[in-house]
Design a protein around this ligand. Structure first.
Ligand SMILES: Nc1nc2c(ncn2[C@@H]2O[C@H](COP(=O)(O)OP(=O)(O)OP(=O)(O)O)[C@@H](O)[C@H]2O)c(=O)[nH]1
Ligand SMILES: [Mg+2]
Length: 263
């Protein structure tokens, strides 16, 4: 049979639900996909999910390591030399999750102030916001609130999944990492974000992190899709049953976010 789309590469297949980094700041603690999602995947009744592209935007101060993180995952490379991102760039990653194809469009944005008016135009429609800071520079953690607020301004807060990621883990001692993590977990909880630490240089936690992003985004999209397609059956008088679609705003209670006041 003629195959139009090349198969997903073996190292992008997610069968088991990926685990969180720390239970102190994670979006959910389940070990498995949501029961409804599992059933839909088994029955292959996943609607248009396989055709969709979920948008992920990566934001944070300049030099924190956004491009390096994306390049380690998407191309398995690391460059010691700093080349500032000019405006925005993106990569598309194809996954197979619980047997269903799923695509992420990962947007890398410039951290330099002078590009803000360009980059903010690309925040709209994000399903995932990844706020990045440098574990060796605590100020960059403090700025993540502002980056999140900017990105959320262009989106419906209740429909985005948020991650807070500390980079350059290879550059800090485990004691320093623990100290920073203590503050970062507090920030993550305020931001209703899931917290991770990674190293683009060594690759530590990079694949695990993006698998978690992909799995949670997939599950979130699936639950939205299932709720949209099911609606609810209501009887009018003695007449027949009619289907009532729920307001989309109700569909995403699971990941509701609060607005954050910021600088
Ligand atoms: N040791 C170490 N260095 C890193 C790591 N990640 C990034 N770097 C270095 O940090 C510098 C900045 O990394 P980039 O990925 O370009 O930073 P960025 O956030 O994309 O910067 P802008 O594009 O200007 O916003 C580069 O010199 C990288 O080599 C890491 O995990 N470990
Ligand atoms: Mg960059």
């Amino acid at each position: 049979m003629l195959q139009l789309v090349p198969p997903v590469s073996k190292n992008r297949i997610i069968s088991d639900f990926p685990k969180w980094y720390t239970p102190e700041a994670c979006l959910q603690l389940r070990d498995h996909f949501h029961v409804q999602v599992r059933a839909a995947c088994q029955q292959r009744s996943t609607g248009t999910i396989g055709l969709k592209m979920s948008k992920v935007v990566v934001v944070g101060d300049l030099y924190v390591g956004k491009t390096s993180l994306i390049n380690r995952f998407c191309k398995d490379v690391f460059d010691r030399d700093y080349k500032a991102t000019i405006g925005v760039d993106f990569e598309i990653e194809r996954f197979e999750i619980a047997g269903i194809p799923y695509n992420l469009q990962i947007w890398d944005t410039a951290g330099q102030e002078k590009f803000k008016c360009i980059t903010s135009a690309y925040y709209r429609g994000a399903q995932v916001i990844i706020t990045v800071f440098d574990l060796t520079d605590i100020q960059t953690l403090e700025h993540t609130r502002c980056w999140l607020e900017d990105a959320q301004r262009e989106n419906e807060p209740s429909s985005t999944l948020i991650f807070l990621v500390g980079t350059k883990k290879d550059k800090v001692s485990s004691a320093q990492c623990e100290r920073t993590e203590h503050d970062a977990v507090r920030y993550a909880n305020e931001m209703q974000a899931e917290y991770w630490t990674v190293s683009a240089k060594t690759g530590e936690n990079v694949k695990e992190f993006f698998f978690r992003v992909a799995a949670l985004a997939f599950e979130h999209s699936m639950l939205k899709e299932l709720e949209k397609s099911s609606g609810s059956m209501t009887q009018i008088g003695a007449g027949s049953l009619i289907k009532v679609e729920k307001d989309e705003a109700e569909n995403v209670k699971d990941s509701s976010q609060t607005s954050i006041s910021c600088c």
